[in-house]
Ligand binder design. Structure first.
Ligand SMILES: Nc1ncnc2c1ncn2[C@@H]1O[C@H](COP(=O)(O)OP(=O)(O)OP(=O)(O)O)[C@@H](O)[C@H]1O
Length: 257
């Protein structure tokens, strides 16, 4: 379903992803794990078409989408649940769903409708009249997922869907993600920690400084959790370097100013 081949991308400031190869079969959940700054969001945004590919190839369901802009990838079945959820504080749940289902994406026989996403996520039905700002973090995350589903994706990209959520809600989100493949979706999820990745995914890629350090099956990581820590170890050393650089900038003189 998703095939990345020698994918290189980044920003004006420099290359972030260096020749990534990744293959995610139809109907499976694949997690990418890495420390802050490893390139998870850049990867998700490059697949969505929000960050340009400088070399290599992105294929979705056998079609090369590397040169397609984001809106055409969305039409080709790529859905994005962005980091931070991006729910509108003043709009109700129902208004979010109606907006997401509207326009060009409203198709006869579409799999996902406001009613079918509320069936999948009963909490949203209960909260239909509540505004974005009145929702808990978990409810906002469910709304962000519902909104993406209304774009009728075949490939769903989820960027750190459990950020800032309490453990019970994290479990709800994990349970929800695990039900999506049986509804015809293929999932790429970015997660800061391996524990969530092995809970939801069949396979886990460890990203270190924009490169694939290792790829494991979830079973391998459940049996030997130290493998993920070892693979991420290089990143820890780097993170410490970054942390010491930041703290040396953060001098008492600056604090006082
Ligand atoms: N819009 C941008 N412009 C320039 N550089 C960026 C931009 N966004 C991210 N970067 C840089 O790209 C690198 C990877 O960042 P990215 O956000 O992809 O990492 P991440 O693994 O998602 O981290 P986090 O867990 O903190 O979200 C970092 O060095 C970051 O500073």
């Amino acid at each position: 379903m998703l095939n990345l081949s020698s994918l290189t991308s980044g920003y004006d400031g420099g290359t972030v992803l260096h020749g990534l190869d990744l293959e995610i079969p139809d109907g499976s959940v694949h997690a990418v794990v890495g420390h802050n700054g490893a390139g998870k969001t850049t990867l998700i945004h490059t697949v969505a078409g929000l960050v340009p590919t400088s070399s290599g190839r992105v294929s979705v369901a056998g079609s090369d989408v590397t040169r397609l802009p984001a809106h055409r990838r969305a039409r080709a079945g790529v859905g994005l649940v962005p980091q931070g959820r991006r729910v509108f504080p003043g709009l109700t749940v129902q208004e979010h769903l109606t907006l997401a289902a509207g326009g060009r994406r409203r198709r006869a026989g579409a799999q996902w409708t406001p009613d079918s996403v509320k069936e999948l996520l009963p909490r949203l039905a209960e909260r239909a009249g509540h505004r974005g700002r009145q929702l808990s973090g978990g409810e906002q995350q469910m709304l962000a997922i519902a909104r993406a589903l209304l774009g009728q994706p075949r490939l769903l990209l989820l960027d750190e869907p459990t950020e800032g959520l309490a453990p019970l809600i994290v479990q709800d989100i994990a349970d929800l993600i695990k039900t999506l493949p049986e509804r015809g979706l293929t999932i790429l999820v970015a997660a800061p920690r391996p524990a969530f990745a092995v809970e939801v995914a069949e396979r886990v890629t460890i990203l270190v400084a924009g490169r694939v350090a290792e790829e494991f099956s979830a079973k391998e990581l459940r049996d030997q959790p130290e493998l993920a820590a070892e693979a991420m170890g290089h990143a820890t050393a780097e993170g410490e370097l970054v942390a010491s650089a930041v703290s040396s900038n953060n001098s008492p003189a600056l604090d006082a100013g």
